[in-house]
Design a protein around this ligand. Sequence first.
Ligand code: NAD
Ligand code: DAU
Length: 364
Amino acid sequence: MTFSAQNSGVNSERRLLVTGGAGFIGANFVHYWCAQYPHDRVLVLDALTYAGNRQTLASLDAHPQFRFVQGDICDRPLIDALLQEEAIDTMVHFAAESHVDRSILGPGAFVQTNVVGTFTLLEAFRQHWLSRDRSADLRFHHVSTDEVYGSLEPADPAFSETTPYAPNSPYSASKAGSDHLVRAYHHTYGMPTTITNCSNNYGPYHFPEKLIPLMCINILMGKPLPVYGDGQNVRDWLYVQDHCSAIDAVLKSGKVGETYNVGGNNEVKNLDLVHLLCELMNELAPDLPVRPAQELITFVKDRPGHDRRYAINSTKLQTELGWTPSVTVEEGLRQTVSWFLSNEAWWKPLLSAEYQAYYQKVYA
Ligand code: NAD
Ligand code: DAU
C-alpha cells in the first residue's frame, strides 16, 4: 500500500511518538504520516502483542526518520527515556487491547494496558511537558472509540461529543477509563491533550479476529462465516485512511482539551455487510473453495452484552476542522477485499496455533 506525499507544509518537522504503531490503525497511521510528512521524526513504541506485527512496518526501515522500539506502555523508565532522547513533541496514543470478544474472555489485560498504560503515558508526558516549561507546542493525542457511548436504539440520534458515557464491555469500559484520565489531565494540570472517538475502521493490515478480515479470510479458506445472533446489529464503518486524516486534522488544528468524534456516516447491518463481502469475493476471487460464498453464512451464539447499534455524528470535526471522509464504503470494501486477496503472505502467518486456540474458545 502506498500513500501519496502531499505535504501541506503545516506542522512540518514534528517529533512523534506513536504507541501501538505496529497494530492495524497505528501502522496505517505511521505509513500515512511518513508519506505525508517525510521530514518528521516518527518513533513507534509497540509491545508486539499478538495484534502487533513488525512486518507491517518493514518497508519503512529504510526511511531515515523512522525508528521502531519494542516495549510496553506501562514501562515508565522506558517512556521517560524515549521522550527525552528523541525530544518528542507529539504523542499519538493508539496502543490498546482492542478486541471486544477477547475482553469478555480475559478483561485483566484490558485494564492493564488501556487504563494503567494510558495513565503511565500521561504521567511521563506530564513530566516531559513540565521540563519543557509547559510548552504549548507539545500535544498528547489519545485515540479512542465510539463504544464508550454504549448502544443506540434504532431511532436514536447518532453519538455526539456530549453523549453521556455508557460503556458495556470490559473493552469499552477500559477505553472510557482512559478517556476520563486524559480529560482529567487537561482539566487539572492544563496538559495539552486532544481525544478522538472513532467508529469501526476497516482496511489493510486488519487483524484476522475482527469481522471484516475474518469474513474475507474464511471465504478464501472455504470456512463458515459466523454471524453473531440475528446479524441485525449495526456498525458505522470508516476506511482506515480517513481515520488517519482525521487525526492529522486534529493534530494540526484541533483545540486542546477537546474531543472530536470521527465517523463515516456508513451504518450497515452486520448481515448485509457479510453479504456485500461475499458478493465482492464472488466477483474478485478467481477460485473460491465454495461459490457462491453466501453458502458459508452461519448464525452462531450471540456475543454476551452485544451492543445493538453504533452511529457517529462527526459534524464538529467536519465544521470546525474541515475534515471529510474521502472513501465511500463501496470503494473501501472493494479495496479491502482486493487487499486481502493480494496479501495472503501478510495474513496467513497470523492464523497461528494461538489464534486457532482463541478461535475455538469463541466459536466452538
Ligand atoms: P490493534 O489491536 O490492531 O493494535 C493494537 C497495538 O497495540 C498492537 O500493535 C499491540 O502490539 C500494541 N499494544 C498492545 N498492548 C500494548 C502495550 N502494553 N504496550 C505497547 N503496545 C501495546 O488495535 P487497532 O484496531 O489498531 O486500534 C488502535 C486504537 O484505536 C485502539 O486504542 C482502539 O481502541 C482504537 N480504535 C479502534 C477502532 C477499530 O475499529 N479498530 C475504532 C476506534 C478506535
Ligand atoms: O466501534 C469501534 C470499535 O470497533 C473499536 O473500538 C474496536 O476496537 C473494534 O474491534 C470494533 O469493535 P466491534 O466489536 O464493533 O468490531 P468487531 O469487528 O469485533 O465486530 C463487528 C460486528 O460484527 C459486531 O456487531 C460483532 C459482529 N461479529 C463479529 C465477529 C468477529 C460477528 O457477527 N461475527 C464475528 O465473528
